[in-house]
Design a protein around this ligand. Structure first.
Ligand SMILES: CC(C)(COP(=O)(O)OP(=O)(O)OC[C@H]1O[C@@H](n2cnc3c(N)ncnc32)[C@H](O)[C@@H]1OP(=O)(O)O)[C@@H](O)C(=O)NCCC(=O)NCCS
Length: 197
């Protein structure tokens, strides 16, 4: 693996940049929208109240930003080129002991969803992780009810596994069934070749 951190990634309509404190309040506001956090947040439910209170979160975000430029951190804020607005976040985090096998996460401000931004950011981030960082595999999941997210995975060549997983999401009282997906480096390069880019 090449530890190069979250370098700036430019796509047709977006700029993905390493996080700074400046946009964190906006990102927190987006994340606290129920339709955004419903199938995204998995921190233990006992933190629910704290999560909803910016005065308590600010310290956490400030601390977090100290590692934003670390070479082993792969987390980006997503900006719209058109107006410079921060519209979401995308990440590729550790998922176990083997650091070359990683998980992914993404969210987009509901005001901007349905325009292909999620797919555009995910394609660019995943390509960066396989091509430049040289990871071997992505192992991830998405709630069966979260079609927008697993549609991105399927469009980008992720393979749905036979077994589903039961997940406790932070703000949902009931347990949720998730699809599990994997994407190997070889499959990514085959997909790219077939797409002609
Ligand atoms: C998942 C998410 C990032 C997608 O962002 P987006 O910018 O709307 O994504 P896209 O516009 O690229 O759409 C992705 C696909 O899902 C489809 N889609 C979008 N919203 C949908 C919805 N509500 N229901 C079903 N399909 C939907 C789109 O049509 C598109 O498929 P297509 O290209 O075949 O038309 C966004 O819905 C989100 O932030 N969700 C909340 C956070 C979350 O759940 N994150 C993922 C955790 S695994």
């Amino acid at each position: 693996m090449n530890y190069i951190g979250s370098e700036t990634i430019e796509t047709e309509r977006l700029i993905l940049k390493a996080q700074t404190l400046e946009e964190q309040k906006r990102l927190w506001e987006i994340l606290m929208i129920p339709e955004v956090n419903k199938y995204y947040l998995t921190v233990p439910p006992k933190f629910k109240e704290k999560l909803l209170d910016w005065s308590k979160q600010e310290e956490f975000y400030k601390k977090n930003m100290k590692s934003a430029y670390n070479k082993d951190v792969f987390i980006w804020s997503i900006f719209l080129k058109e107006n410079g607005e921060c519209i979401g976040r995308i990440s590729c985090q550790e998922s176990g002991l083997d650091l070359s096998i990683r998980d992914v996460g993404w969210y987009i401000d509901p005001r901007y969803q349905g325009n292909g931004y999620g797919t555009e950011a995910a394609y660019a981030m995943i390509d960066y992780m396989f091509t430049k960082v040289n990871i071997n595999k992505i192992v991830t999941g998405a709630a069966i009810n979260n079609k927008a997210s697993w549609m991105i995975m399927e469009k980008l060549g992720f393979k749905r596994q036979d077994k589903t997983k039961i997940v406790q999401y932070t703000f949902l009282d009931e347990l949720t069934e998730d699809y599990s997906y994997t994407l190997d480096k070889e499959d990514w390069f085959t997909l790219k070749k077939n797409r002609g880019r």
